[in-house]
Design a protein around this ligand. Structure first.
Ligand code: DO4
Ligand code: MG
Length: 289
């Protein structure tokens, strides 16, 4: 089962539904933000009670975030991310220190309206020469800090901008097309996230040019610790998504190109496929009122 946002041809208003075996069962809420205003037991009950009403073939799936939801991200939670950043950065010690510190690195990634979904493009900054996708498991949390479910996230990153100076992190991480989420939220009551395979495949002109796999078992911190720091001094009245960091980073000689196709698959959670484009003009569709 997945929880999705969708739009049908007959009614342009986005709706929330449970997706089971290709059939949608619409939930009686105005948006994901309203669903995440409920305790997890109530969300589970609403999902169980929903009646099938529409085939998946008649709708378009949207990014699973809306309202005042935000996407945040944790960093340097896997050894591979620490090592790759030590290699690329002019200031190596910040990454070594944060990997071992009690307080995790957490950064704002995107408001709901800037998020792209499966099938839409992801972006590269036109002033960045070294870019990578970051395949990450993301937690979907309600306003009560409960993990309601999981989605696949691609935390697109400019290695050259971040590598020049860690203070440029917001520019390396927040730009048009930098945040992609899979459309379906896999409910937390259905899955154990402690040892899930995360796979990244990059294809160019139909041929695989990079391919790697890790497991959520390799993460250095418990998900609940990341969630506790996120909620420590801020409220998320419409819920929040927290990407938990990457365990896969290509070597420094790897360069992402326009036209590459990025596929991130997380066992039990879902798949996210996005073609790569360069520059913000490709994302005008997100910014059109
Ligand atoms: O320290 C910069 C960001 C790290 C990150 O996004 C990751 O480890 O996934
Ligand atoms: Mg990341």
């Amino acid at each position: 089962m997945h929880i999705v946002r969708y739009q049908s041809v007959s009614d342009s208003r986005p709706r929330i539904a449970v997706l089971n075996d290709g059939v949608l069962s619409t939930l009686p809420v105005a948006g994901m933000f309203e669903l995440l205003n409920h305790r997890i037991e109530e969300v589970e009950r609403m999902c169980a009670d929903a009646a099938p009403d529409c085939p998946l073939t008649e709708v378009r799936l949207l990014a699973p975030v809306d309202g005042a939801m935000e996407v945040w991200a944790a960093g340097v939670t896997y050894l591979r991310s620490r090592d790759a950043r030590v290699e690329e950065s002019t200031l190596k010690s910040v990454y070594e220190l944060v990997y071992d510190a009690e307080r995790p690195e957490l950064f704002f990634k995107s408001p709901a309206w800037r998020v792209v979904v499966d099938g839409e493009p992801v972006g590269i900054r036109s002033d960045s020469e070294l870019n990578v996708p970051e395949p990450e498991l993301a937690l979907v949390m309600n306003r009560f800090e409960e993990i309601v479910g999981y989605v696949v996230c691609n935390d697109m990153s400019s290695r050259s901008v971040e590598g020049e100076n860690p203070l440029y992190l917001p520019q390396a991480k927040l730009y048009a097309g930098a945040c992609a989420l899979s459309s379906g939220i896999r409910p937390a009551w259905e899955v154990d996230p402690s040892d899930l395979a995360i796979r990244l495949t990059i294809t160019r002109k139909g041929a695989v040019i990079w391919d790697g796999t890790t497991s959520t078992k390799q993460i250095r911190r418990p998900f609940t610790q990341l969630a506790a720091y996120l909620f420590h001094s801020e409220n998320y009245p419409h819920g929040v998504v927290l990407a938990t960091g990457t365990g896969l980073v290509p070597d420094l000689d790897f360069r992402l190109h326009a036209g590459d196709l990025i596929t991130v698959t997380i066992d039990e959670i879902g798949e996210l496929r996005n073609p790569v484009v360069v520059g913000k003009d490709h994302f005008n569709f997100l910014a059109t009122p």
